[in-house]
Every structure is written in C-alpha cells, then in structure tokens.
Design a protein around this ligand. Structure first.
Ligand code: DAH
Length: 339
C-alpha cells in the first residue's frame, strides 16, 4: 500500500478532537475542496493500471473513515456542549405559571395551627350528611327551622340526606366513634340554601372545635377561646361572651372580640358596637352526649364553631364574599407572594 495513504489511515483512526475547531480543521484537511482526498482522487489518473484497483480501494477506505469520524465527533461534541453556550444570556427566562394559596385556605391553616399547638387534632366528616348527624343527634327538635327546605339543601330522592349545614355533624361522628378524652377541630365546607349576596353565600367554610373529658368547665372554654383570639387577632385582643342559644349546647354563647370604633368601616363591621362577632360556643348539652353514648354524669365538654369566610374578608380587606368563590384570576393573583 502507498505509504502516504497508510499514514493518513492511521491519523484518521487515531483522530480525537477536543473541540469543534479541531474537528473543522480535520474536515477541511481531508474532505475539503483542497483536501487530501481530492488530491488522492486527482492522482488516480496517473496510477499504473495494475495498481488502480487497490489504490481505489484504500482511498475510498480513507474517505469513509474520514467522513465517519467527522459525523461521529460532530454529534459527540454537540451532546457534551453546555446548554447555554449558544444562548443569549441576556434573554429573559421562560415564564413559569405558579398558583397561590387561596385566602380561605390560608386562614383555615392558620386557625388549625393555633389549635394544634394546644393539643387539638384535625378530624373530618362527610359533606353529604344524614339527618341524625346533622340535626337529630345535635338535639334539633323535629320542627326546627333549619330542617326546612328553605334553609337546607336536601338530597331530593331521600329527605334523610342533606348537604351538611354545619361542621357540628363531625362532633357527633367523633363522639360515636371514640372514647373521651376527645379534643378535635374539624375544618370543612358547609352548605345553606341562602340567597347569595355580598355578605352571605350558599357555600362556605367552618371550623368546629370539641373537647370532651372529665371535669371540663366553662372556664376551660373561655381560656381556650381567649388563647385563640390572642393568637389570631393579636396579643392585646379582648373578648366577651354573650349569652346565646344553640340546640346542642347549654349554656350557649357567642364570642365577640373588641374591634374598636375608630373608622366608618369599624362602625359598619361591628354594627356600631365596636364588638365583632367571631364564633358560637357553649358546653355540650347532656342530651347530645347521651345521643352518642357518652355518659354525661362522668364526662362534660365544650364545643365551638366559627365561619372562616368572614374573618378572611376582614383579614385581607375583601369587600364581597362572592369574590372568594368566583375563581377570577385577577382577584386570586393578588395573593401571590402575599400569603
Ligand atoms: N353550628 C353552629 C352554626 O353553624 C355554630 C356553632 C355554635 C358550633 C355553637 C358549635 C357551638 O360547636 O358550640 O351556626
């Protein structure tokens, strides 16, 4: 074999470029217009006839080897190339669409955390509830207005089932299924057949609290609610308990916090009293304990329930409850990075 060609074959076989420039130089040297292979093909004419066959074979071998080396190293160099090497580093990045937490979720989580810190655990119940858990076991009399179609969404095929009107139904499920001591909070969605307005909606969220043990007193309830109010609304918060009525608690009360009466908004929000209504509460009625097979002579307990939406509106200065349910991105985007 022609010595020069043998040397070229060796060079091509050993070729190992470390960058694209070296590869390009190699390509030009062998495959370029004025490259080695063109010269070798041009010399074919002057090769003696009896050597032509062998000469053609090795030159073609060299050509194939050179072409393959170029192809292989080209793709290898491309793969190992840092991604940004040919990008414009001053270009703005691709926009990543991120969601944000809904303000109702934020407030719910905050309330849940506050009660978790003093030993309450989270419990949940079904949103479609039977009459027993939503009403009867909670001491609602047969003719109570809440049982009216006007107030409650019943399952039309079976009036024994309805969308729960409050999270108090979880109290019953909890007491039926567990021995005291019971210390739970139950956040959840509730439903009422109400006209939708800026202040009320047919879907909203509540958090229920229940504590059952030996010797639980009204003083325990009061102190727990004071703790909550100060954690949520601020360390200086003052509370008051007003007598009220719920079928499932006796005595029953409404807890207000002192909001102040400095601005016109304060007047509107507190109906001119300076006190803001936050939740209903009371000592669990003995009839309710009995309905769930808990002996009221041994155990007592307290319960409370609050609506999440109203305090969410206050916290973020949202003027209309409907905004919380419309999923309008212009509204929701305002909470990005805020909460
Ligand atoms: N379930 C009541 C409501 O929806 C709120 C409530 C009041 C819950 C007093 C309680 C309670 O646990 O003790 O209006």
């Amino acid at each position: 074999m022609n010595k020069a060609i043998a040397e070229h074959l060796r060079v091509v076989a050993d070729f190992q470029p470390s960058n694209a420039d070296e590869l390009e130089a190699f390509r030009l040297k062998y495959l370029g217009k004025k490259g080695v292979l063109n010269d070798l093909f041009a010399a074919f004419k002057s090769v003696p006839n009896e050597e032509k066959k062998e000469y053609g074979r090795v030159v073609n071998q060299l050509k194939n080897a050179a072409e393959q080396a170029v192809l292989r190293f080209k793709s290898e160099l491309e793969q190992s190339k840092p991604l940004h090497s040919e990008n414009d580093l001053t270009k703005t990045g691709d926009h990543v669409f991120t969601g944000s937490q809904h303000p109702v979720t934020t407030v719910r989580n905050e309330i849940v955390d506050i009660f978790k810190r003093i030993g309450f655990s989270v419990s949940e119940g079904p949103e479609i509830e039977d009459d027993w858990h939503n009403f009867s076991a909670l001491n609602f009399p047969e003719e109570h207005p809440a049982r009216d179609m006007q107030d409650t969404f019943f399952v039309h095929t079976d009036p024994d089932w309805a969308l729960r009107t409050h999270t108090s139904s979880v109290q019953v499920r909890e007491m039926e299924g567990n021995e005291p001591p019971i210390r739970i909070i139950a956040p959840g969605r509730v439903f009422r057949n109400e006209a939708i307005s800026a202040r009320s909606h047919c879907i909203f969220h509540q958090i229920e609290g229940l504590y059952i043990d030996k010797n639980v007193s009204f003083a325990d309830l009061k102190q727990t609610l004071l703790y909550f109010a100060r954690e949520f609304f601020g360390a200086e918060t003052k509370i008051r308990l007003r007598p009220s009525y719920f079928p499932f608690t006796e005595p029953s009360a409404e807890m207000d916090i002192w909001w102040g009466l400095e601005t016109e908004t304060d007047y509107r929000m507190t109906k001119g009293t300076g006190w803001l209504e936050v939740m209903g509460c009371g000592m669990v009625d003995p009839a309710v304990l009995e309905a769930s097979n808990i002996d009221p002579k041994v155990y007592s307990g307290y319960a409370f329930g609050l609506g999440i939406e109203r305090i969410t509106l206050q916290r973020f200065g949202i003027p209309d409850i409907r905004m919380l349910f419309e999923n309008d991105m212009r509204f929701l985007n305002q909470f990005k990075g805020v909460i």
